[in-house]
Ligand binder design. Structure first.
Ligand code: 13P
Ligand code: SF4
Length: 303
């Protein structure tokens, strides 16, 4: 075990800190975490973690979600520069204007949104829970924000409801094209194609499986097939190569990289534990009280 990892594990135990890591984190960061998962699992875990301090290794909206669910805990974002390009695409005023045009539509917000934006949402969803929640909610009309690709995917899976979509999205996932899939499939004709629903509909329509970051990993691990093209951030391809050394994993595109998810290092985590780094998350209580309702509703409907 290297020195930094050893120091993290020692300090974490001494200070009774919970380290949560999103599945896009590096192998090194995941190896010091108490729990690694997708956005939905992290939200549920954050609510139940017994420790009074949580270090979130992921992006800002994930740390905000933890703080909203556990306002009495100290929540620290391990690298303050880690934002999510999609989360900050729309501000509250824009959504309020759109809501005026569709007053009888419930606002379903992808969890990749700011705390401020969640104050005007009726319910949150993640990639793994969006279909289930949109089906389960009693409202028939849904204004889905901000990801047009996830929104399109969900609207196809839940045809009994009416959807209005905004034109936001993830710059990393939205840039891959059907041509990338065809190229990867012709290079690896026996491989299954597993994709994240943040990709464009024409990319998603070519997939053998559509799911969240950990959904993709679970599918590949359990499958009796041995070759997979991975259509999400390339860290998932790297993790799968470690987890399943007997299988072959190919990235859909070299461009599937999220700079924000790549910047957190074990050294950042150590600095948080030593009190010299990271950023403690504070959320205005008025914003928190309004925003947390849609996260709690997500957990209730998502199960
Ligand atoms: P998951 O909910 O699948 O973990 O996705 C989070 C994310 O940011 C994907 O780009
Ligand atoms: Fe946000 Fe896209 Fe990065 Fe996920 S991959 S954190 S949606 S910018």
């Amino acid at each position: 075990m290297n020195g930094v990892k050893q120091k993290i594990l020692k300090l974490k135990a001494e200070k009774d800190v919970c380290i949560l890591a999103h599945s896009y984190m590096s192998e090194e960061v995941c190896s010091v975490a108490d729990f690694v998962g997708d956005s939905y699992a992290l939200a549920v875990k954050a609510k139940d973690a017994p420790q009074s301090v949580v270090i979130m290794c992921g992006v800002r909206f994930m740390a905000e979600t933890v703080k909203m669910l556990s306002p009495h805990k100290r929540v620290i974002l391990s690298n303050p520069k880690a934002g999510c390009a999609m989360a900050e695409q729309f501000d509250k005023e824009v959504i309020l204007e759109v809501k005026k045009r569709y007053p009888d539509y419930a606002v379903v917000a992808y969890v990749n949104t700011t705390a401020e934006l969640k104050t005007v949402a009726d319910v949150c969803v993640t990639s793994s829970s969006a279909v289930k929640i949109c089906r389960a909610m009693p409202e028939k009309n849904i204004l889905f924000i901000p990801d047009i690709n996830l929104g399109t995917y969900v609207s196809q899976k839940v045809p009994e409801k009416n959807f209005k979509l905004l034109s936001g999205g993830c710059p990393a996932h939205a840039q891959v094209e059907a041509a990338d899939v065809l190229k990867a499939k012709s290079a690896h004709p026996d491989a299954l194609f597993l994709v994240h629903p943040e990709c464009r509909p024409e990319v998603v329509s070519l997939a053998d499986y559509v799911g969240s970051t950990t959904g993709i990993m679970d599918y590949a691990e359990k499958s009796d097939k041995t070759q997979f093209i991975i259509g999400t951030e390339n860290s998932i391809t790297e993790h799968l190569r470690v987890k399943c050394p007997d299988k072959e994993f190919y990235p859909l595109s070299d461009r599937l990289v999220c700079g924000n998810m790549r910047i957190t290092t074990p050294e950042d985590v150590l600095k948080c534990l030593e009190g010299t780094g990271g950023e403690e998350i504070f959320i205005d209580e008025d914003v928190r009280v309004k925003a947390v309702k849609c996260i709690e509703r997500m957990i209730k409907l998502g199960g």
